[in-house]
Design a protein around this ligand. Sequence first.
Ligand code: NA7
Length: 554
Amino acid sequence: MQDEIEGVAVRCFDAIVVGAGLAGVCAVYRLRQAGVSVRALEAGGGVGGTWYHNRYPGARCDIESLDYSYSFSDELQQEWKWSERYAGQPEILRYINHVADRFDLRRDIQLNTWVVRARFDEAQERWMLFTDTGEVFSAKYAIMATGVLSVAQVPSMKGLEDYRGEWFHTGDWPEQGVDLAGKWVGVIGTGSSATQLIPIVAEQTEHLYVFQRTANYTMPAQNHPMKPEVEQEWKKHYPDRRKFAWASGFGHNQVTNHMSGKEMSAEARLAELENRWRLGGLYMMRAFKDILTDPEVNEIAAEFVREKIRATVQDRQTAEALCPRDLYIGTKRLCSGTNYYETFNRRNVTLVDVKNRAIERITADGILLEDGSEYEVDALIFATGFDAMTGAMNRINPVGRKGRALREAWAAGPQTYLGLCVAGFPNMFVITGPGSPSVFSNMVTSIEQHIEWTVACIEHMRAHGLSSIEPTVQAQEDWTRHVTEAAGKTLYAQSRNSWFHGANIPGKPVVFMPYVGGVGNYYQTITRVAQSGYEGFRFSSAPAVRNASHAGET
Ligand code: NA7
């Protein structure tokens, strides 16, 4: 093995984890437990990943805190106290920091270190990772915990460089916060981030313009302080709750109605929808078993929400503009917020339609629409989303066997086996990658499932003296087809204009990326593959050059 590359000493570990968000932190814990020497490299100045960078006002999880947390330590889940039903960003960030401290993980996490490229050294069967700090790392295993919503997307808009005000992206919010008091502010976008941010920012600003291209459906989160009896009940039954989540459709404990919307009477349907509205947030998507497969059932739920919007927003025209049209509910990620529609009753908030008259350019003073109207603002907030699911991996663009780069391998859309591994990229594990339930699930459940599988795979390789693992092209093609077919049975196949399809990024192939076959089914599949001796994978048993079993650098 080379000890130096271009005059730089190479630092060797069994595993490099790229990223120290919820996935990276969990990976460090599990790998260390398995006796694998590990170093996590994190671009940010702290642990937390998404929850480190998305500090915009109102940032909050849309999965209940008691579910959106690690299950790997019973002591941890018993000790930690969530203050609200849905945790806000500061509390989740505190939790991740607590986990890093409680399990003494920081000594294996290197912050402010961006992995800028990676390449597989075929002779050594090791990954070489290069960082913006000039350091070079070598590892047998590359665990890509790079996040699925980690590359903020600022749309290319003419004139932004001439804008005299300040501008921000929700996904890259300044750590010190932003003072918007007394300012005229514009928010571009009405997705999840915007719908959480708008009600809070509206209370601070002199005036708020909301630039809406596509109206989405926003549920009331129905957030509230944690009820002691709920917490007690969960803590008493945590193992059962986790087991349920791991076997469920979406990786959490939300109750699902298993009836078709068509089997129910109109009264029963309405009662179910009202109940879902009261439960709040993503519960609406479990109202009927066929809400995401039957257009008529979907429309019943969609119209129910439109009626709620009309009943909330006083100005008729604004209410109608906020009502989503030509969009199946849930096929763009359902939003969950507090007082979102109510905010449009404020005198200092104006909804600006930019669908029928698109943004022409940014001017020195604000936003110019193509019909010539201009909106002057002191600050601009881009709530315009992410290069989701593949953005962070494509940015590193790992180079695998035969010098083939990932961007080339994924030119027509991401291809993976089980959403975990990529043919031609041995010993690379993509945590919650495309082709896995990922964003279609409680991310913490999916993260833990992937890391459990990855660590077991590494242990298997060590036990059998195997040096590399990668999927066969055939297994990868079959899985990718299965992922597409699963989506094809749902309304997602007919609603391609979302980040689930990569449609928000110019030039990105429009391919449905997550796996919608259900978390429980998926977990059974990956478990079966491992138990079968890793069907669909091939191993090499070339003697490993160095395979340290002690913690620390090798
Ligand atoms: P999203 O859900 O991708 O929302 C982005 C929003 O920005 C959406 O309303 C877009 O409208 C809008 N957008 C993007 N580009 C433009 C331009 N050029 N002009 C006008 N409007 C634009 O991102 P979020 O951060 O809200 O949420 C991402 C995920 O994070 C979320 O789903 C949760 O899982 C957590 P469009 O719909 O494309 O017309």
